[in-house]
Design a protein around this ligand. Structure first.
Ligand code: 9WN
Length: 458
């Protein structure tokens, strides 16, 4: 265990990228040098949550760099690009976001699940250095709050309590079966040849990794078509949210949004910013209410909604997202038992190496293909923290402990990979269980986080 923590720290050390932009030096951690050579939003939020236990300065640096490319409207992008890195497609040249850039800091044009507020609150409460604490409040908190204002203002224009995401990459679970139906709104025949040929020529993930474990070609055509559309609308989010053919109220994104507002409200209360705390607490409460209403009483699943047309439709796919409302405390006590039974059902999610990202019984389940079955440390982390919220339930706490053990031993046994075969090697007999890219930073950060967090009295 101690040895694995050391190995985790050395991966986080090796994945550091230092760069000077606009006269300021940034130290940020890339997800994996094998492919993801830039800074990703919810990856870096996770890195900071682990790093703070072993190196407070680096946790601060991670967040400092993450907010550095914030747009004037408040958006914090999915990717903050490192200069001169060519491995990743789509790099900065495909986004057309130059006019939104902060000087030399270039970014993509969409966001990712709002884990940042949760990460900020965790880093703040675990930082002992007074100097860093005050820098967190002065230099980072205002930008995190501005990001929340952006999300509330632009992504919930109808004030429903649920934010709208406009690209599968914004959901972080890119090719989840939940997006199959909404993506059908984009007909392949309507995608210009110029977009398809960009993908055909420059797509690199399927060359650097086994294409079986990556999203499909049609997915990439649609991903890049959305980028093309948003670019043609000048990255005007009033237009994008109204017109995007992909527009969904994502359960996972909104559960994190709810918890991020709760976590930030607590920080704001401790520094006597009570009005701001109340505002964010109000957003958390309205989102929790709206999430509750998304539970299908027949199946017990929380359902995302396709809002791309005037008549919103429920999305039926059965995936790990259904456990995220635990984190938002949006699972009522009377329903918690059935949610826990679904989670621990070996025929659904509680596979040999849990938690499968898509239910084993779902027709879309694929043990190798990215978010369509494999187990990911990041989603396990959310399930663990969600279960922790149900402190009065001995059953929830015993499942939590078991999942902590299983997540740590999965990483111990197979190394710090991007994701893992949920059936522990069964999908590729004779081949290793880990999938995707290696030396992966958030798997390392989550290892550190879980090791220290379970020792805390919470
Ligand atoms: C697109 C970096 C990111 C994660 C996402 C994961 C994957 C990117 C890609 O890698 O997405 O953002 O190119 O596949 O799906 O959750 O943040 O680790």
């Amino acid at each position: 265990m101690v040895e694995s923590v050391q190995r985790a720290i050395s991966i986080l050390d090796k994945n550091v990228y230092q760069v000077t932009l606009n006269g300021t030096t940034y130290r940020r951690t890339v997800p994996s040098k094998e492919f993801y050579v830039h800074q990703w939003l919810w990856d870096s939020a996770t890195h900071a949550m682990g790093l703070v236990y072993v190196d407070e300065q680096r946790a601060f640096d991670e967040l400092f760099s993450l907010v550095s490319g914030q747009w004037e409207n408040g958006l914090i992008a999915q990717i903050t690009f490192n200069p001169n890195e060519k491995k990743y497609f789509p790099g900065p040249e495909y986004w057309g976001t130059e006019k939104c850039a902060t000087g030399e800091i270039k970014t993509s044009g969409i966001t990712q699940p709002p884990l940042l507020g949760i990460s900020f609150a965790h880093v703040f409460s675990h930082t002992h250095s007074k100097k860093l604490q005050s820098r967190l409040l002065l230099e980072i908190l205002p930008k995190v709050l501005k990001y929340h204002d952006y999300l509330k203002d632009y992504r919930d224009p109808e004030n429903s309590g649920l934010l709208t995401v406009v690209h599968p990459w914004e959901t972080g679970l890119d090719n989840s079966p939940r997006w199959d139906k909404p993506l059908q709104n984009i007909k392949l025949a309507d995608i210009p040849d110029s977009v398809k040929s960009l993908v055909n020529r420059y797509r690199s993930d399927d060359k650097l990794s086994d294409p079986r474990v990556r999203p499909g070609l049609d997915d990439y055509y649609r991903y890049m078509y959305l980028v093309h559309l948003f670019k043609s609308w000048n990255w005007d989010y009033r237009v994008i949210v109204k017109k995007s053919p992909f527009a969904v109220k994502d359960i996972l994104f909104n559960s994190l949004w709810c918890e991020a507002n709760e976590a930030l409200a607590k920080v704001l209360t401790t520094i006597d910013r009570n009005d701001d705390a109340l505002r964010l607490k109000g957003w958390a409460d309205e989102t929790r209410q709206a999430l509750r209403a998304r539970r299908d009483p027949v199946t017990g699943y929380f359902r995302d909604q396709d809002v791309s047309s005037a008549t919103p439709t429920d999305i039926g796919a059965n995936t790990i997202a259904t456990f995220l409302p635990l984190l938002a405390e949006a699972v009522d006590e009377k329903d918690a038992a059935s949610t826990l039974s679904l989670l621990t059902d070996p025929a659904q999610f509680w596979t040999k190496t849990p938690v499968a990202s898509t239910a084993l019984s779902a027709k879309e389940f694929d043990p190798l293909k990215y978010w369509r079955g494999p187990t990911w440390p990041i989603t396990n982390l959310f399930v663990i923290e969600g279960l922790r919220k149900y402190a009065k339930s001995p059953r929830a706490q015993s499942i939590r402990k078991e999942l902590e053990d299983k997540t740590l031993s999965m990483i111990d046994a197979h190394g710090f990979f991007e994701y893992y075969d949920p059936q522990n090697g069964a999908a590729r007999p004779g081949k290793p269980t880990p999938l995707g890219f290696g030396s992966f930073s958030w798997s390392a950060a989550i290892y550190v986080y879980l090791t220290y967090r379970r020792k805390e009295v919470v």
